[in-house]
Ligand binder design. Sequence first.
Ligand code: ZN
Length: 257
Amino acid sequence: MPEGLEAEIYRRSADHVVARRVARVEVDDHQAMAAELVRELPGRTVEATRRRGKHVLLDLDDGRSLALHFGMTGRLIVDGVSAIDRLEYASGRDDPAWNRLVVTFDDATTLRVNDPRRWAVFTLDPDLARLGPDFLTLDVDDLVVRLGRRRAAVKTILLDQSVVAGFGNMCVDEVLWQSGISPAAPANSLDRARLEAFVAACGEHLPAMLERGGSHTGTLDPEARSAVPPCPRDGAPMRRDTIGGRTTIWCPVHQTG
Ligand SMILES: [Zn+2]
């Protein structure tokens, strides 16, 4: 599924539509804001792109912003090209019936969201205050406060987009593995030194995964998640457990609580 890294890859491809003016918009009528998008977007020019967590934002010349959230299987296709050919666990097919948003610009170019499962969400002027700080720019002091209040498993808390925005299942498993933190550790049991290690691992590994192509390029890649090999760090048998309702791959030897 598109995690924050995939959203960043989509944001970069959305940069191609900066300075283009919207001519018309087609939106899946299941979208809550369908009528508003069709009414408000034509005539607007895209001035910039941003990302917050798993949301890609197109800033418009009237001061408003269009937020794209890609759900489980949504792909952004700009000028007929998807920056990501195939999402893990999703179809790579680009069926026109799955177009949930089609923005056509004055020069007849397009930006589309193609989503087989129909869980993508498009919002004009999203409330970003409900999202936590972005996972690519975490601050240790902030994380100490945010996790210090929470007793649930740290993995569950990190996947809560109101605590930290951007983590999906693969990235959070990867960074917890890299920083030696058990995904089941109570969030408020981790001292500052361990959260510093976590933030350092985010800073080292997430940008590297981004440049390699996304959240499936970590040490715990889909092949490892499927085969559950011995831990590449210490050779111990790794485990596949369900934590917070999500399949979790981890090493009970070097990942401690
Ligand atoms: Zn290990």
